[in-house]
Design a protein around this ligand. Structure first.
Ligand SMILES: CC(C)(COP(=O)(O)OP(=O)(O)OC[C@H]1O[C@@H](n2cnc3c(N)ncnc32)[C@H](O)[C@@H]1OP(=O)(O)O)[C@@H](O)C(=O)NCCC(=O)NCCS
Length: 174
């Protein structure tokens, strides 16, 4: 299956397609774990983040027709406050279109992040996981550290999980 997809570094030209992907993937794939009110508060997170797209550390997966069907990346800056800690990087905005889930695309994006981060000496990844994505990140070798409340507009509570993983260790076969 993987052979039918290709991955590349994103650019600001991908903004429209990435937004379209996030706007379908987030509400549909998160619906089982969150209330309609919480999902409405997600709107701001379903806009492509230009800073991420221009960072060289955000990736898109395309199918054979060139359609963007998955995305995700990493930053040295902590989401929210922008703080940087030596050796630590943060997993950002992973999404796979609902028609293309469970085909290894999220894993493909993670492996790209892993290769790039290890090349500059990052030792550990941290991730603010949505509740629905916990099993996905666990499969990739992340361990849940503690429950967190992801800050959202309108003070809506958006529960998630802080998860961590050493960058270097190999992704387990599923
Ligand atoms: C989380 C997400 C990116 C996973 O994308 P994906 O392309 O389906 O992931 P993969 O196919 O690479 O999955 C790899 C493994 O993770 C596990 N996994 C993935 N999604 C899972 C799910 N919903 N439930 C249980 N296990 C899951 C599986 O073991 C899978 O391997 P398998 O299919 O061979 O069993 C996708 O479900 C998504 O976009 N969710 C909504 C947005 C979101 O929550 N993003 C994370 C924000 S922190």
């Amino acid at each position: 299956m993987k052979d039918h997809f290709s991955i590349r570094v994103a650019s600001s030209d991908d903004a429209e397609e990435v937004t379209a992907l996030l706007q379908v993937a987030y509400p549909r794939l998160m619906a089982a774990s969150y209330t309609p009110e919480q999902l409405r508060a997600l709107e701001i997170m379903t806009q492509a983040n230009l800073k991420l797209l221009q960072s060289g550390r955000f990736y898109v997966v395309q199918n054979e027709q060139g359609r963007v069907v998955a995305c995700g990346g990493w930053t040295c800056e902590r989401p929210g406050n922008g703080g940087v800690e030596k050796g630590l990087a943060h997993i950002r905005q992973f999404a796979t279109h609902p028609d293309f889930t469970r085909q290894g695309l999220g894993r493909m994006v993670f492996e790209q992040c892993q290769n790039a981060a290890s090349a500059i000496g990052i030792a550990e990844f941290e991730c603010y996981s949505s509740l629905n994505a916990e099993l996905f990140y666990r499969l990739l070798g992340f361990v849940a550290v503690k429950p967190i409340d992801v800050p959202m507009p309108n003070k809506v509570s958006f529960p998630g999980l802080l998860m961590r993983r050493p960058v270097g260790s190999r992704v387990a076969e599923s």
